[in-house]
Ligand binder design. Structure first.
Ligand code: FES
Ligand code: MG
Length: 597
C-alpha cells in the first residue's frame, strides 16, 4: 500500500536551503544565486517541491540524447503539479564507445549522483535512463540516498530493417562479424548493414542490457506502468515524460521513497521477469548491485532458484525474432507480468511509483500478440532462466539458457537421468588483445571440441570487466561452417549477444580465481545438469599450480591508466556480488541524515 501519510510544505527537504530563518545567511546565499537566471523568490520559498531531473543524455551519449527534448515535457508535468524543476547532468555513459568499458563508469556515475542528491536542495528526482549502465547507476543512487525518485526511460529505437528483414542493434554486429570472417561481405558492407540497426533516436532496440534494465526498472516498481519500452519517437513517450513529471511531485507529498518500493519481493519479481524476457546477461550483475545498495542480499543462487524454471515468453532478439517496437505493441512489460501473475510467479503486492501495487497495475494488460509475447502455457522455450554454475575453478558463473540451441539443450540439459556432459580441451586467452592476436594461429589446434577460455577480463583484470567472453571461432573453422564454440570466462558479454557462454566467473583470475590456474590443453567437463564445471586434473596438481602462481606474484594484468581505474580496482567486488564498491554498500537512506531536521 502507498504511504497514507502526507508531508507538509514545512517538511520539504529543500526548506533547509531555501527557507531557513535560523540560518538567514545560508538561506540568502542559496536563494540569491538561483534567482540570477529568472527563478523567482516565490518559487523557491513558498513551499513548492524542488524536483531534480538527472539528465543522462548528451552528445556523448546518443542512446539517451532524446532526453534533452523529453525533459521539456517532464518539466511541464512538474510545473502542472506544482513543483519546480532543476535539471542537472549525469556523468555520460555510452556503452559502445567508452573505453576501456562503459561498465567502469556505472559506479562513477553512481557516486556522482549520490553526492548531488545528498548535497543539493532536492525533494525528489526524475532519473532519465536508457543506455545500458545509466539505468543501474541511477537506481543504485536512488537506493542509497532514498529521496522520492522515479525512472523515465528514453525508450528504444524503432525497428531496424534491411529490406524485409529486421535488423537488431548489437545482435546484427555479432552475426556480421562471422560473415566478414567467412569472406561473405566486405568491410564497407559490414558497416552499411550494421548501420541499418539504428534508424531513429533511442537506445538499442533488441532485448540487450538497455531494454532489459529499463524493463527491470518498471518491474521493480520504479517507473510508470507500461512506460519502459515505448519506442523513443512515439508520441506516448513524450506523454509518459509528462506523466512522470506530474507523478514525482505527488510522490514527494506522499513521501513515497525508493526503499519503500525496492523490497526483496520487488527484486524477486525482477529475476522472474528478466528470465521470461530473455533479458541481458548483465542484468544479474546490475540487479544484484541495486539490491545490495537497497540493503538486500541477492545472489546468483537466487537467480537460478527463482528464474531457471521460468519459460521464455518474449520473442525478442537476441533470444527471439522480433524487436522492441513489436514488444511494446504486444503489451510490453505489463503483458509479460500479466502472464507471470496468472501463473502465480509474481509478488503482486509489491508497491510501485504510482502508489498502487504491481498486480493492480496489470488489470486488463493481457498480451496483444501471442507471436511476440507468448502465453505462459505456450512458451518459446521452457526453463529459460540463468544457470549458476560452480566447480573447482570458480564459485559462480552464469549461463543464459534462453539462447541455448534446441539440439544442445536436448543433449546436455533436459534429461537429468542421462549423465551426458560436455567435455573439451581448453585454449586459454589472457584478455581480448591476446585473443585477437592468436585466435587464427594454427598451432593452437582449435577444433569443434575446443572450449575457448577468456580470463583477465573481470572488473579488476580489465577495469570494469570486459564484454569479451563470447569469442568467435578461428576464421578457418567459420569457413568450414562451425560458427560457434563453447566459451567460458571471467568477463561479461554484451547483452545483445545470443551466445550461451559461461560468463562472469567469480572470483576472477586477477583476484585469485581458479581460471588463473588453467593451461591450454587442459580438459574441462561442463555438466549443466549438475550445475558444475570441473577442471579434470588431480587436486594435488591444482594445488601445485596455485603455489607456483603465488610464487610468481599472482596473475598479472595491465596497470591503471587513470586515477578512477586505480580507485575502483582497489575496492570493487566480484561480478556475482554486483561489481559494487565495497565501502559504498554500507551507506543507506543517507538523505534522512542530511539536512538535520
Ligand atoms: Fe546504448 Fe545499446 S549502445 S543502448
Ligand atoms: Mg555492452
Amino acid at each position: 500500500m502507498a504511504n497514507p501519510h502526507r508531508i507538509t510544505p514545512e517538511q520539504l527537504r529543500s526548506r533547509y536551503w531555501f527557507d531557513n530563518p535560523d540560518h538567514p545567511g545560508t538561506t540568502a546565499l542559496c536563494v540569491e544565486r538561483y534567482l540570477n537566471y529568472g527563478i523567482t523568490l516565490d518559487e523557491l520559498t513558498s513551499g513548492k517541491p524542488i524536483i531534480g531531473i538527472c539528465q543522462s543524455g548528451s552528445d556523448l551519449t546518443p542512446c539517451n540524447r532524446h532526453h534533452i527534448d523529453l525533459v521539456k515535457r517532464v518539466k511541464d508535468g512538474i510545473r502542472a503539479a506544482g513543483g519546480v524543476p532543476f535539471e542537472f547532468p549525469m556523468h555520460p555513459i555510452h556503452e559502445n564507445v567508452r573505453r576501456p568499458t562503459a561498465a567502469l563508469d556505472r559506479n562513477l556515475a553512481y557516486l556522482g549522483l549520490v553526492e548531488v542528491l545528498h548535497g543539493y536542495p532536492l525533494d525528489g528526482v526524475v532519473l532519465t535512463t536508457g543506455c545500458d549502465k545509466t539505468t543501474p547507476a541511477a537506481l543504485m543512487a536512488a537506493a542509497t540516498v532514498n529521496i522520492p525518485a522515479i525512472v523515465l526511460s528514453g525508450g528504444p529505437m524503432l525497428n531496424g530493417w534491411r529490406g524485409a528483414e529486421r535488423v537488431g542493434s548489437g545482435t546484427i554486429i555479432w552475426e556480421l562479424r562471422k560473415r566478414l570472417a567467412a569472406g561473405d561481405i566486405d568491410y564497407a558492407e559490414f558497416l552499411s548493414r550494421a548501420s541499418d540497426s539504428a534508424p531513429s533516436i533511442g537506445h538499442c532496440n533488441t532485448m540487450g542490457t538497455a531494454s532489459t534494465m529499463n524493463s527491470m526498472a518498471e518491474v521493480l516498481g520504479m517507473s510508470l506502468p507500461g512506460s519502459a519500452v515505448i519506442p523513443a519517437p512515439y508520441k506516448e513517450r513524450a506523454m509518459a515524460a509528462y506523466d512522470t513529471g506530474v507523478r514525482i511531485v505527488d510522490m514527494v507529498w506522499e513521501d513515497l521513497r525508493p526503499l519503500d518500493i525496492l523490497t526483496r519481493e520487488a527484486f524477486e519479481n525482477a529475476i522472474v521477469a528478466c528470465s521470461a524476457m530473455g533479458g541481458s546477461s548483465n542484468a544479474p550483475v546490475h540487479i544484484n548491485a541495486i539490491a545490495r545498495h537497497a540493503g538486500i542480499e541477492l545472489n546468483n543462487d537466487d537467480w537460478q532458484r527463482l528464474g531457471h524454471e521460468i519459460p521464455l515468453l518474449a520473442n525478442v532478439m537476441p533470444a527471439g525474432a522480433f524487436l522492441c517496437e513489436e514488444f511494446h505493441r504486444a503489451g510490453g512489460v505489463p503483458a509479460i507480468l500479466h502472464e507471470l501473475q496468472g501463473a502465480g510467479k509474481l509478488h503482486s503486492d509489491a508497491l510501485t511509483v504510482n502508489g498502487r501495487s504491481l498486480g493492480d497495475n496489470l488489470q486488463g494488460r493481457d498480451t496483444q500478440d501471442t507471436d511476440v509475447i507468448c502465453r505462459y502455457a505456450e512458451p518459446l522455450v521452457a526453463h529459460a532462466g540463468f544457470l549458476n554454475l560452480k566447480g573447482n575453478l570458480f564459485d559462480s558463473a552464469l549461463m543464459k539458457t534462453s539462447v541455448i540451441s534446441q539440439d544442445f539443450r536436448e543433449r546436455f540439459l533436459n534429461d537429468p537421468s542421462d549423465p551426458e556432459a560436455f567435455e573439451g580441451k581448453v585454449v586459454v586467452f589472457d584478455g581480448s588483445e591476446d585473443y585477437h592476436a592468436r585466435i587464427d594461429d594454427p598451432a593452437l589446434n582449435i577444433d569443434a571440441r575446443t572450449i575457448l577460455v577468456m580470463r583477465g577480463a573481470g572488473p579488476v583484470g580489465h577495469p570494469g570487466g570486459a564484454e569479451v567472453v563470447n569469442m568467435q571461432p578461428p576464421e578457418a573453422l567459420i569457413k568450414q561452417g562451425i560458427e560457434s564454440l563453447p566459451c567460458l570466462g571471467d568477463g561479461r558479454q554484451s547483452g545483445t549477444s545470443g551466445s550461451p557462454s559461461i560468463l562472469n566467473a567469480s572470483p576472477e583470475a586477477a583476484t585469485g580465481g581458479g581460471l588463473a590456474l588453467l593451461e591450454s590443453g587442459d580438459q574441462l567437463r561442463v555438466d549443466l545438469k549438475r550445475g558444475e564445471v570441473q577442471l579434470l586434473i588431480d587436486a594435488s596438481e591444482l594445488e601445485a599450480r596455485r603455489k607456483r602462481l603465488a610464487e610468481q606474484g599472482g596473475y598479472r594484468y595491465p596497470g591503471h591508466q587513470t586515477p578512477w581505474q586505480e580507485i575502483q580496482r582497489s575496492m570493487v567486488e566480484p561480478l556475482d556480488r554486483g561489481m559494487t564498491l565495497e565501502s559504498a554498500t554500507k551507506y543507506r537512506d543517507v538523505a534522512r541524515q542530511h539536512p538535520p531536521r
